[in-house]
Ligand binder design. Structure first.
Ligand code: ACO
Length: 339
């Protein structure tokens, strides 16, 4: 008998407020041409009103994932949540989701791997399943990033990239005999990595204990409460680590790139994903991108892509999927999943 972590459903939720590149151009010195050419982004979603929380977006995605799986909230025996933009400094959103969804007093785990939240999350879920610690798991990835962006010319390099959104997966431990089609399905393999020398290359310094005085008025004036990035360094590392991850997972599982039905990469920059695709010599239809409509929703990009890929019929039961992510930390990784 083999024990597999099988994805039963995926869902996503994005707020209704569309913010186009032209809308941002009215707030700062930027242009639709610069943003489109450098990143592939045309618009992103921002929360509809101040005070909408990350857990609210996560809850909307999670409720639909539960419905699609045919599960009640009471069936879930583990919540794994990933975000870099929690409702509160502490606790994380896992426990808030537990309460909001009406789950039992189950464990709720928070992952802080930024854009790699989904790939770390799937690896974690696989471990819980294979060690028989959980059977029905909700993996929720959600972000509300718009309130911390510096929407002025000072912050334009970061402000044009990010959006708000959420995705959720219902994942079930399934036991199958050899020969049963179920034995082929589920999370097959994961590869994760980190390099903390990049911690301050892409980060938001406050609130944080590294700053004496925690948060001072002058820190706010200096813009330390906004995310910062050395874009070119991140870009170069992203391409290298994404390729390394893809090649590691392919080699370890005896696969050629052409045998993957769909690559679902993190959505940080269309040029990054195109470079990875070209290096793997795959046609455009084998890589799913939607950065044009949502920008970078950090932990939520891959689940939003998976949810849309299912809705568009590009991801079906039996499809072989490769997820790939790189983000702040640096963290990176990928998962090979038979849908
Ligand atoms: N509009 C207009 N001009 C701008 C903007 C803007 N929004 N932002 C920066 N510029 C200017 C800069 O000031 C600079 O001007 P200068 O040449 O006069 O100094 C010029 O445009 C070029 O800036 P670069 O930063 O060199 O632009 P680059 O081509 O590197 O593109 C980008 C920037 C899009 C951020 C790219 O570096 C990138 O995508 N990096 C990787 C992002 C990523 O992968 N992030 C990881 C995930 S995020 C996470 O984990 C939270």
């Amino acid at each position: 008998m083999a024990l597999r972590a099988v994805v039963r459903s995926v869902s996503h939720y994005v707020p209704g407020r569309r913010v186009t590149n032209d809308d941002l151009s009215a707030l700062m010195d930027t242009s639709d041409a610069w943003i489109t050419e450098r990143t592939g982004i045309k618009e992103r979603r921002f929360i509809d009103s101040e005070g909408v929380t990350t857990s609210q977006l996560g809850e909307a995605a999670a409720r639909q994932a539960l419905d699609r799986a045919g599960w009640a909230a009471q069936d879930v025996d583990l919540i794994v949540a990933a975000t870099l933009s929690p409702d509160l400094y502490f606790p994380g959103i896992g426990v808030i989701l537990q309460q909001r969804l009406g789950c039992r007093a189950i464990p709720a785990l928070d992952i802080r791997a930024q854009c790699s939240g989904l790939v770390y999350g799937l690896s974690c879920v696989d471990g819980y399943v294979k060690s028989r610690q959980a059977k029905k798991i909700l993996l929720v990835c959600a972000e509300v990033q718009s309130p911390v962006l510096d929407l002025t010319t000072r912050g334009r390099d970061m402000a044009v990239l990010f959006g708000d959104g959420a995705g959720a997966l219902a994942i079930e431990a399934c036991e199958a005999e050899e020969g049963d089609p179920l034995v082929q399905r589920g999370i097959i393999d994961s590869h994760l990595g980190s390099d903390g020398s990049g911690a301050e290359v892409l980060c938001m310094k406050l609130p944080g204990t590294a700053r004496p005085g925690f948060i001072k008025e002058s820190d706010i004036q200096e813009g330390l409460v906004h995310p910062k990035m050395e874009g070119k360094v991140v870009f170069k590392n992203a391409v290298g680590r994404l390729l390394e991850t893809a090649q590691t997972l392919l080699k370890r599982n005896g696969l050629q790139p052409g045998q993957i039905d769909l690559i679902v990469p993190h959505q940080a920059n269309l040029r990054i994903n195109e470079m990875v695709r070209e290096e793997l010599k795959l046609p455009p239809e084998r890589v799913f991108n939607n950065i044009e409509r949502y920008g970078n929703t950090t932990a939520a990009t891959i689940p939003i892509c998976l949810s849309e890929a299912v809705a568009e019929g590009r991801l079906r039961e039996g499809s072989l999927v490769l997820t790939l992510a790189f983000g702040a930390g640096f963290t990176w990784g990928g998962n090979l999943v038979r849908w």
